[in-house]
Design a protein around this ligand. Structure first.
Ligand code: B1M
Length: 208
């Protein structure tokens, strides 16, 4: 395994100390920051693929995302100095009335792992706050999460407000009670059943 492959492997294993050590070693050794970033993103992609095949579960995703986040903290100043910034911005939140955030946080982490700029609005987010944040940050993607059947109408309302505001951002929805049929019925652009699929869909939508 070459050092960049070892870095990918450290992220996959969720070994944050090793991931940070290898990231620093690569920086000190003069590796191009884009290649280091690609090795980190490859690690999250691998964990995402395993999750989709039921070979990895939420804890593995969380520890891999933590290793990625800590390595990114070391790498980011270098990326910024070279003008390498995330090309796409995603605004995400849990809809109004809903305080569940574990799944939403997972999606946010995976999007960061795919090198999106993620603006996390938290939980209990009003429709107008999604609209304002998407405008302020020039969002390409808006992610809505809902875990309660009683907050599904708030998701519908939020999509309606986004459409009325004429935003160009694509809307991805998810959460335990959400289905592809419901997503369709409220006019969302896509439904993601899990965080890993959320990455695939976000990538597809921004490159479409
Ligand atoms: Co709540 N709760 N809860 N709860 N809670 C559920 C959702 C419930 C199914 C439990 C049950 O009764 N069996 C039930 C909802 C029933 C229904 O609506 N039909 C329920 C209820 C009723 C409630 C309260 C009303 C209870 C009460 O007070 N009487 C209350 C509501 C509070 C509120 O929100 N206003 C409440 C409160 C809470 C806690 C605060 C105690 C806690 C939340 C802590 C937190 O989030 N910080 C909590 C928890 C933990 C749960 C359960 C046990 C677990 C949810 C979870 O985090 N799952 C849940 C029962 C269950 O699901 N087994 C339950 C793990 C997480 C990784 O999965 O969020 O589904 P999930 O995310 C998945 C996918 O859905 C997807 O990706 C993730 C996986 O990769 N995904 C997206 C999610 N968002 C996405 C967005 C995307 C794409 C994919 O794109 C943007």
């Amino acid at each position: 395994m070459n050092p960049l492959e070892s870095l990918t492997d450290a992220v996959v294993r969720g070994d944050r100390r090793e991931a940070v050590r290898l990231t620093s070693e690569q920086i000190d050794g003069g590796s191009p920051p884009k290649e280091i970033l690609a090795a980190l993103v490859a690690g999250m992609d691998t964990v995402g693929d395993r999750f989709q095949r039921n070979e990895a579960f939420v804890p593995e995703m969380l520890i891999a995302a933590r290793a990625m986040t800590e390595s990114m903290a070391v790498l980011e100043p270098l990326l910024a100095a070279q003008g390498i910034r995330p090309e796409h911005t995603a605004v995400i939140g849990t809809v109004q009335g809903d305080l569940h955030d574990i799944g939403k946080n997972l999606v946010a982490m995976m999007w960061r792992g795919a090198h999106f700029n993620v603006v996390d609005l938290g939980t209990n987010v009003a429709a107008e706050d999604f609209v304002n944040a998407a405008k302020d940050h020039g969002a390409d993607i808006i992610g809505l999460s809902a875990l309660l059947t009683t907050t599904m109408p708030a998701m519908r309302q939020t999509v309606q407000s986004i459409r009325e505001a004429g935003l160009h951002a694509k809307v991805i929805v998810g959460g335990a009670p959400i289905t592809a049929e419901f997503a369709d019925s409220i006019g969302a652009d896509a439904f993601a059943p899990d965080a890993a699929t959320g990455v695939d869909i976000a990538r597809k939508l921004v490159s479409a």
